[in-house]
Design a protein around this ligand. Sequence first.
Ligand code: PRP
Ligand code: URA
Length: 209
Amino acid sequence: MGKLFICDHPLIQHKLTYIRDENTKTKDFRELVDEVATLMVYEITRNLPLEHVQVKTPVTTADCRIISGRMLGLIPILRAGLGMVDGVLKLMPAAKVGHVGLYRDPDTLQPVEYYVKLPTDVLERELIVIDPMLATGGSANMAIEVLKRRGCTQMKLMCLIAAPEGIKAVQQEHPDVDIYVAAVDDYLNDHGYIVPGLGDAGDRLFGTK
Ligand code: PRP
Ligand code: URA
């Protein structure tokens, strides 16, 4: 089963509190999501492999380490995943970005695919699937499935807030995918919203409601 990592650094939890607050307006909401995404990168990249290199300092030669292994790819699930991309890119500026467009049908809560565009070398990359909300898990599962169908094998899932139902769904369907979240909330309401959650992440990021 994929592991669940809860990124509970005090800075993340502090900022998440303001993200949840219904009085936080679009500009601040966007900035806070961006900042939390940057902070979560620290946890997500903790186990990246390192290789030894020698660097000539002004004083002597130093044995140092740099990141090795696969290059990274970010796969935001449109729309709301876009809100976390720049924050991640701040610490991984060389990562390529692919997009998977899905929306959740409001009646059935089933994800509907409308767009996929991936880097040409996606199969050589370790991927981070990005979406602020993991509710039923339907969207994350479909995005991971879209990637696997194209041959991708190494990926992690990064979300701000997850419902227990969504975590279970991803762990069942994709036991090879580790999940990184800033918080695990209580449950899903009758409309499939995470409780207490933050409302509709896409609408709050883009000011569409
Ligand atoms: C939201 C959210 C996830 C999905 C989570 O997107 O950003 O993609 O719902 O729900 P699930 O786990 O039950 O699938 P939404 O469909 O509202 O689209 P948007 O990002 O375009 O607003
Ligand atoms: N999508 C959101 O944006 N919020 C939720 O609470 C659930 C799905």
